[in-house]
Structures are given as C-alpha cells and as structure tokens.
Design a protein around this ligand. Structure first.
Ligand code: TPP
Length: 633
C-alpha cells in the first residue's frame, strides 16, 4: 500500500506534508522503485540514493515554475513519479513508455533533456541568464553527481558561473561513486570535506572571531584578514568552490529531509551562485545495492531476493570478447595501455584494470581528456586503447581530429554500444560514429560481424601504424569457431560471404547476420544475392565495389548507423566519382533522419527496416528475375 503516494496530485502537495510524512513517503517510493526496476531494468542505485533529496527539492521549490536540471538524468525516476507520472511508471524504459531520462515532451517538470553527463550547470546557467534577461524571478537548480562533476563541461560552467555571479543553486549529490568508485583529485577533495564536517563550524568560528574583536584598527583587520586568507585554505571546507565565486554550503546529510529543506531555504536567501554539498548513499535502502552500487548502477531485470539478473544468455558479448582479447595481447606487449572515461565495467576493462593497474587509466567522465591523453601516450611509443561507448565519443570529436588523426598517431578507439542500444533510448544510441569518423583523414574504421573478426581486428589495429576505430554493438557476439590464432587482416578489404548474381547486399558489422539470413530466405524464393561483409568502412574496398558493379545491377547497403553520411554514402561517393553506371537500383538502408526512440533493440531494428523481413521487403520491391544461388562459407 502506497497511501501517501497514491493521494499525491502533484509536487505542490508535498508542501502540506510533515517531515515525518515525507519520510514515510520516502519508504513508499523506495518500494516502488525496487519492484518496478526489478521488472523493467534501469538505474536503480542512483535513484534509491536520491529519494529524500528529490522529496526535499520538490517540497522546497515550485516546479515547474522553479526549474530543476538533472545531470545525466538517470536519477530522475523519483522526480518523474512525483510530477504526475506515477501511473505510467510501470512503462519505464519500455517501447512507448516513460523515458529513463528527463524528457521535456513528457512533462513540463522536465526542464531540460539530458542523458550525457556534466551538462547540468551549463544548461542551468543558460536558463538562469535567460530568466534574468526576461525579468523573471524563478529559481534554477542543477543537480549534479560527484562523478559528473569530473567532466570538463562542469568545470567550464562553474568557471563562467563564478564570473557571472548569476543566482543559481547547484546541488552536488556526493555518493563517492561514479558508476564505479569515483576517481580524481576532486573526488579526493570531496572526501576530505565529507570526513571533516567539523571544519564547517571552524569556518564560521573563525569569521565570528574576527568580527567580534572590538574596535580593532584597520591595520589589525587587514592583518587578521591575511591570516584568515592563509588559514582558510587549510581549514575552510568548500574553499575550492568559494574561490571560484560559488558559495559553499555543507556537507549536508542527503537522507535527512529536514536538514535538506533547511539548506535549500538558506541557499534561496543568498545572492549569486550557491553549491550545496549533499552526502548520499548510492543504493540506499536495498541491501544488495548498498553493498554493490556498481552492479545496480544500471541493471537489466533482476530477482529482488537474490539480485541475480533475469534472462541473461550464454553467448559472450562483443564487450566480453574485447576484454579477453586485450588481456591476452597486453600480456605479450608492454606498450599496450587502456583508457576508459568512467566506464571500466561497461567497456569490459575490469580484468585489465586488475591485471595491469599501472597500464590502466580511468580518467573520470572526461572523454576529451581521454583521447588527447591517449595521443600523448602514443606519441611516446605506447599503444593506447581508448574504450568508449560510441555515443560518448561524440564528446571528443575535435580531439580525435586535432590531437590523434592529424598527427597520425596509433591510438585504437574501441567503440562499444555502436548502433541502437535499446531501452536507454535516443541520447544513448550510437548511430552517428560511422558518419563522423569516416570523414577524418588517416583514420581506419572497422566493424566486426562476429567474435573471430573482432579479435582479428584488434590484433590488426595494434600492428597498424596509425589511428584505428573499431565499432561493435550492444549484443551477443556471433560465435563462428573456437579458433585461437590471430590473423592480420588486409587493411581496407571486405569479403564475399555469399556469391550470387543480380543483387549485391553489402552489410556492415552487426548487419551481416541479418543480410545472410535474408539472402537464404530470398534464395528460397528464387532471388540470388551476393552478400558482402564490408569489414572496413574506411578505407573503402573500391575494387570490391567496382567488381560488384560488373555482375550486379542492384546494390543494397546496410548499416546500423544513420544513412546520412554513413558507409552507404561512402559507396555512393565512389560510384559517382568513378562514373560507375552498371547499378540500376541502389538502396541505402540504415537509421533514418530522426532520433530513434527507446525499446528492445530487435524491435527498433525492425522499425528501421533493418531486420530480416525489412531487408527482404526492400529486395522484393525490386521485382527481380529468379535463379539459383551458390553459397561459399
Ligand atoms: C558523457 C558521458 N559519459 C559517460 C556517461 C555514462 N554515465 C552515466 S551515469 C555515470 C556516472 C555518474 O556518476 P554521478 O554523477 O556521481 O551519479 P551517480 O550515478 O553516482 O548518482 C556515467 C559515467 C554519460 N552518461 N555521459
């Protein structure tokens, strides 16, 4: 029974509840989070940690008049429930359901769309500055985690905010965790603040002391101020923020609703920017998540009693194959080092980190720094591997061009989650990388279709004397054979998997297995297809395309990337540039020109016409003659 929750009409109702009732409501919310996320999957531990914080925010501010910007937004579930989305909460992250991230089309309470980290202070500053220019008076609050504070954008925003002195409240949700343990000097600094709440009193005692000295001369005041200046670096908590021009309040117990509300009242009375340092426990209230917040940061459906994942299959993922391969190759080559931007687990580097701690760098949520640091390592003869999700590599585009590719440095980019990622939805789909990478001189871009190919591509990339990107999807790996040998792949060469006539299907990486299945089905209905595994997006296998032109009048190109500027465009550029006239029909299949919604990956692929049915449909529409087919495997 969720007595209080069921009777809430909106966040304004929270103002009528006592702190004791809010605490009761917190328990109801935790129960709902647990039962829902165990079924839907999602970001459990971050949300369990911010239940009281979210209640106190909505009890203290007037959303949507006051605007709350959630950094990353993965911790906005309680906010969603409290702002009119209780009834739909069971549809979280499902197709046509509630998004797992703030989404302004869903509610006016979602002040800003998020999904990628460290944007909240910049966005909030924009909202606050616009408010001032419009002569309005609402409050703007940015809620940012200690992990997200490691991102460069957050620093850039604080630097500017301190300069502008705009009225803005930053709530720093410090749970000492990013996805895994938070890293960096700032994290160490926050820990010092955490450990020494007594320092807060010292600051006020010191100021009080100076103010209370009766009738001191100017020289004495200046002298005492100097002492204060030098002392405060040692003893005043939040000095880092204060020196940036941002008032520091805290640390505050993030599970004490009364204390939180008091600190929000206090912040509202101040002028200029204020940062409230709130201490929370990630996974609060669920024993298994409190003891292993990393596992429950983002989870698939799981059993509430045991915490065990439901429905995971036996086959290894591309991520796992990468993790194993890199461990093996690094044991034979001391120059191999690995870099992650706060995604050790997600990118498959946990074992590497354990086995080679000196050659492993978690740089925090700092993709730009990760790439340029890799360039530095490569310059000095090492073989850096930057393992990053496709969607987050977008952050580091200039660094890839300017710092890595311009100098032709041998950095290997491992782009996990390339393609449609499923329930995380549009902010997380990795569907742009082929377009934005294939345009960069010197960069080799590959996409494996199966386990063996991924291993061989990593091996080949590490022998290559220039930058390479390998992109692979969030799914199980097609297991071809148990071969252990690595093979050096010829750079820029695709392979013909099925030789037919009439229709040539050129598939990129994850799309190969659907293309092969489509060819088998089409063959049964008398349509011969050639199926090509593109392997390399760049350099393009021009010879292969030219040869296809000799024997096929129909060309279908399939990629799990936006059509605009992708692999298909590369082929078209070649065809146009070389005046190849044999193809009567050319069809580019890929992600259309819109942000694809959330839902199971297979369903989304189907909606984009990239499943077996979709490929067959596209080919049936060509009305082709029918003959036999020869399969070469
Ligand atoms: C640019 C970018 N890189 C990586 C991620 C993946 N990511 C999502 S949440 C998260 C950790 C955030 O930590 P923190 O801000 O402390 O929030 P917490 O989950 O601990 O509440 C990371 C690395 C992201 N969303 N955006």
């Amino acid at each position: 029974m969720a007595d209080i929750l069921d009777n809430l009409k909106g966040p304004a109702d929270l103002k009528g509840l006592s702190d004791a009732q809010l605490t009761e409501l917190a328990a109801e919310l935790r129960q709902l989070l647990l039962t829902t996320v165990a079924r839907t999957g999602g970001h459990l531990a971050p949300n369990l940690g911010v239940v009281e914080l979210t209640l106190a925010l909505h009890a203290s501010f007037n959303s949507p008049y006051d605007q709350i910007v959630w950094d990353v937004g993965h911790q906005s579930y309680v906010h969603k429930i409290l702002t009119g989305r209780l009834a739909e909460f069971s549809t979280l992250r499902q197709y046509n359901g509630l998004s797992g991230f703030p989404k302004p089309e869903e509610s006016e309470h979602d002040a800003f769309a998020t999904g990628h980290s460290s944007t909240s202070i910049s966005a909030a500053l924009g909202l606050a500055k616009a408010r001032d220019l419009r002569g309005e008076h609402n409050k703007v609050v940015a809620v940012i985690g200690d992990g997200s504070l490691t991102g460069g954008m957050a620093f850039e925003a604080m630097n500017h905010l301190g300069h502008l002195q705009t009225d803005l409240i930053i709530v720093l949700n410090d749970n000492e965790m990013s996805i895994s343990k938070n890293v960096g000097a700032l994290a160490r600094y926050l820990t010092r603040l955490r450990m020494n709440p007594r320092l807060r009193r010292l600051k006020y005692d010191l100021q009080d002391l100076i103010e209370r000295i009766p009738r001191v001369g100017q020289a004495t005041i200046r002298y005492l101020e100097k002492i204060e200046d030098s002392l405060k670096f040692l003893v005043i908590p939040g000095m880092f923020f204060e020196e940036l021009g941002i008032s520091y309040l805290g640390p505050i117990n993030g599970h004490d609703i009364a204390e939180l509300k008091m600190s929000f009242r206090n912040a509202c009375q101040r002028e200029g920017p204020v940062l409230i340092h709130v201490l929370t426990t990630k996974g609060k209230g669920y024993r298994l998540a409190e003891s292993n917040p990393q596992k429950f940061h983002g989870t698939g459906p799981f059993d509430l009693e045991t915490g065990k994942k439901i429905g995971s299959s036996g086959n290894p993922s591309f991520t796992e194959i990468f993790g194993e391969t890199i461990l093996d190759l690094a044991a034979k080559d001391w120059r191999i080092v690995a870099i992650t931007a706060a995604m050790t687990d997600g990118t498959g580097l946990v074992d590497f980190a354990k086995q080679f701690p000196d050659r492993f760098f978690d740089v925090g949520i700092a993709e730009q720094h990760a790439v340029t640091m890799a360039a530095g390592l490569a310059k000095k003869g090492l073989r850096p591997i930057v393992a990053i999700y496709s969607t987050f590599l977008q952050r580091a585009y200039d660094q890839i061009i300017h710092d890595v590719c311009f100098q032709n440095l041998p950095v290997l980019f491992m782009l996990d989650r390339a393609g449609l990622v499923g329930p995380d939805g549009p902010t997380h789909h990795g569907v742009f990388d082929l377009s934005f990478l294939r345009q960069i001189p010197n960069l080799v871009v590959m996409a494996p279709a199966d386990e063996n190919e991924l291993r061989d591509m990593i091996y080949t990339a590490l022998q290559y004397k220039g930058p390479v990107a390998i992109r692979y999807p969030k799914c199980e790996c097609l297991h071809i054979s148990g071969e252990n040998e690595y093979h050096l792949l010829p750079i820029g060469k695709g392979t013909i998997k099925v030789a037919g006539r009439g229709v040539a299907i050129v598939a990129v990486g994850s799309m190969l297995s659907n293309a092969l299945s489509a060819a088998i089905r089409l063959n049964k209905s008398g349509i011969q297809c050639t199926v090509v595994n593109a392997c390399f997006i760049k350099p393009l296998d021009e010879e292969l395309i030219a040869n296809l032109a000799g024997q096929h009048q129909n060309l279908i190109i399939i990629e799990e990337n936006i059509i605009a500027g992708g692999f298909g465009s590369a082929v078209l550029e070649f065809i146009a540039g070389h005046r190849i006239k044999e193809f009567i029909n050319i069809k580019l299949m890929g992600i259309p020109d819109h942000f694809v919604t959330q839902g199971p990956r297979e369903l989304l692929l189907q909606q984009c016409g990239l499943d077996v049915d979709g490929i067959c449909r596209a080919i049936y529409e060509l009305n082709l003659p029918t003959v036999g087919v020869r399969v070469r495997r």
